[in-house]
Ligand binder design. Structure first.
Ligand SMILES: *Cc1c(COP(=O)(O)O)cnc(C)c1O
Length: 401
């Protein structure tokens, strides 16, 4: 029996009344033919924009050959993508997943198993930071520690200790004989583009080395070129022991990965972990194609060039409209505008100008365009953003009169 008045989807999203039919590069086109500049990119997912010819070809070619095969067989695309990820990072080992949360689950299990096989099963606790976001599974909401995501879902998964951001005393006090690892996003994404400073990251690496803890980085949002380096931690030059990756690596195809050093991954022996879909041939074809483009000479340089141009434009807006935005945050094309007005007002004003953006904590508005954004497209974006900001500022003045 059905009830016609009840919408058949779960009500977990407050969806905007926008229906996109297709995408072309940095543009999304609605069923009515309206063109929106996509500065959300599926929340840092469509790293090469929409309909990128190299991704289309890779996916189509693979689709004609083989979609899925179990992980009990060899999957050459996995060997290739893992080889390239390890060649270009600190890591020696890779496990492929379908999502960021699953990459984090693998990271958490890897850290716990490391201490277990070292003879310390009591070392299973993981320290995380206030403002973190690590996903929506039961373990990752416990890791993220945000009450709004934990409420009503029963006892919080045991083994996560959260400390305030930048509070060294609290961090030191939280480390016990049961601590396995420290987990953090080098730049907090959902938390409002709050970066760990170079000093903080070096300090965390040092503490982990001294106490035998593993350093786990969540680069699900900040990775794969997003900040103007292949991974955000490269800006500081520290190396994690384990890293979770997803979003941009799949360019829109569900794909995540947990990367680790051989030492950190030594407990993850045959039978300890698994996935049905993770690393399937379609995902591997697309992941390899994404890397073909991102690792091309000059591709990441261009991210930094376009980022500088956008940031100069935003700096000028903060000067001229201090009643609307107060600060520019982030790196590369992971940019946040700290708002004076509610960030939802700016999000809506930008949507009226047909530019899509994403909210974040701390009243920040996130701008996450495809990494293929050109300077010409960035100029169009700046015009739209200026129009929206100027409109809000004018409304503010009208209200004050
Ligand atoms: C999006 C995100 C996740 C969760 O990824 P899903 O693919 O939604 O499971 C985890 N960590 C960070 C930093 C993210 O931005």
């Amino acid at each position: 029996m059905t009830n016609a008045t009840v919408h058949p989807l779960y009500d977990t999203y407050n969806r905007a009344a926008l229906r996109f039919e297709r995408g072309e590069g940095v543009w999304l086109i609605t069923e009515n033919g309206d063109r929106y500049l996509d500065f959300a990119a599926g929340i840092a997912v469509n790293s090469l924009g929409h309909g990128h010819p190299h991704l289309l070809k890779a996916l189509n070619d693979q689709a004609e050959k083989l979609w899925h095969i179990s992980n009990v067989y060899e999957i050459p695309g996995q060997d290739k993508l893992a080889q390239r990820l390890t060649e270009n990072t600190f890591a020696d080992k890779v496990f492929f997943t379908n999502s960021g949360a699953e990459a984090l689950e693998c990271a958490i299990k890897t850290a716990r198993r490391y201490h277990y096989v070292n003879g310390h099963p009591e070392r299973f606790r993981i320290i995380t930071f206030e403002g973190a976001f690590h996903g929506r599974t039961l373990a990752t909401i416990a890791a993220g520690g945000q009450e709004k995501y934990l409420e009503g879902f029963g006892p919080k998964v045991e083994g996560f200790d959260q400390v305030p951001f930048g509070d060294d005393a609290a961090l030191n006090a939280a480390i016990t004989d049961e601590t396995a690892a420290i987990l953090l996003e080098p730049i907090q994404g959902e938390g409002g583009l709050r970066p760990f400073s170079e000093d903080m990251l070096r300090n965390l690496r040092r503490i982990c080395d001294e106490k035998g803890l593993l350093l786990i980085l969540d680069e699900v949002q900040s990775g794969v070129g997003r900040t103007g380096k292949l991974f955000a931690h490269e800006w500081v030059g520290i190396q994690p022991d384990i890293m979770a990756v997803a979003k941009g690596i799949g360019g829109g195809f569900p794909l995540g990965a947990c990367l680790a050093t051989a030492e950190a991954a030594k407990g993850m022996t045959a039978g300890t972990h698994g996935t049905t879909y993770g690393g399937n041939p379609l995902a591997m074809a697309v992941g390899n194609a994404v890397l073909d483009v991102i690792l091309e000479d000059g591709f990441i340089d261009n991210i930094n060039t376009v980022s500088l141009m956008l940031k100069q434009g935003f700096a000028s807006l903060t000067d001229r409209y201090p009643d609307v935005i107060s600060e520019i945050r982030g790196k590369g094309l992971l940019i946040g505008l700290k708002c004076v007005v509610p960030n939802t007002d700016l999000l809506q004003a930008l949507r009226d100008e047909q530019l899509l953006s994403v909210g974040a904590g701390a009243n920040v508005l996130r701008l996450l365009p495809p990494l293929t954004l050109t300077e010409d497209e960035a100029r169009v974006a700046l015009q739209k953003i200026e129009a929206a900001v100027a409109k809000i500022s004018a409304e503010n003045k009208d209200k004050a009169l």
